[in-house]
Design a protein around this ligand. Structure first.
Ligand code: MN3
Length: 197
């Protein structure tokens, strides 16, 4: 069973208050498609082809760089598209708000910690909100690594993700990663994030 590039739940221009349509189109139809195709090529005719992406990533320490990089790229973007929405943004309410308050003191504290993780990740990588047992933790990873991988510093289930590769923001924001991070909050789908709790 080959992995397939998921369709987005919204149009490429739907998030344009934060992310422009051309960036969305290239990011999904070229970058994410390439990770998907390269992952399939890397696991073809091996026992990995029978596993879920989570199972593959959980054992990635003993697998090839091609599986690590493309499997991570496949998984990470699947989550990223899901936690974005044209109806997103604002201040979270309900269970997710309670969980953020319990773990970080306040939504503003959480936002500051996540923003810092995204801004200070050197080079290409991701910022995460990770569910680990009953705790929520902010972390970041280089390249296409993620918290599902057995090589990650903070391991668990990511419920919020931010891609800070330059391909995610350079057309509109150029070198201004902090502006891209600030705009990201306006399109976060908190209902989807909450579903990961
Ligand atoms: Mn990307």
């Amino acid at each position: 069973m080959a992995f397939t590039l998921p369709d987005l739940d919204y149009d490429y221009n739907a998030l344009s208050r934060s992310i422009d349509a051309q960036t969305m189109e290239i990011h999904h139809s070229k970058h994410h498609a390439a990770y998907t195709n390269n992952l399939n090529a890397a696991i073809e005719n091996s026992e990995l082809a029978e596993k879920s992406i989570e199972e593959i990533l959980a054992g990635v320490s003993s697998l090839s760089p091609a599986v690590r990089n493309n499997g991570g790229g496949y998984y990470n973007h699947n989550l990223f598209w899901k936690i974005l929405s044209p109806d997103g943004g604002g201040t979270p309410v309900g269970k997710i708000a309670e969980a953020l308050n319990a773990n970080f003191g306040s939504f503003e504290n959480f936002k500051a910690e996540f923003t810092k993780a995204a801004a200070t990740r050197f080079g290409s990588g991701w910022a995460w909100l990770v569910k680990k047992d009953d705790q929520l933790i902010v972390s970041s990873t280089p390249n296409q690594d993620n918290p599902v991988m057995d090589i990650a510093e903070v391991q668990g289930t990511p419920i919020l993700a931010l891609d800070v590769w330059e391909h995610a923001y350079y057309l509109r924001y150029q070198n201004r990663r902090p502006d891209y991070i600030a705009a990201f909050w306006d399109v976060v789908n908190w209902k989807e994030v909450e579903s990961g709790l």
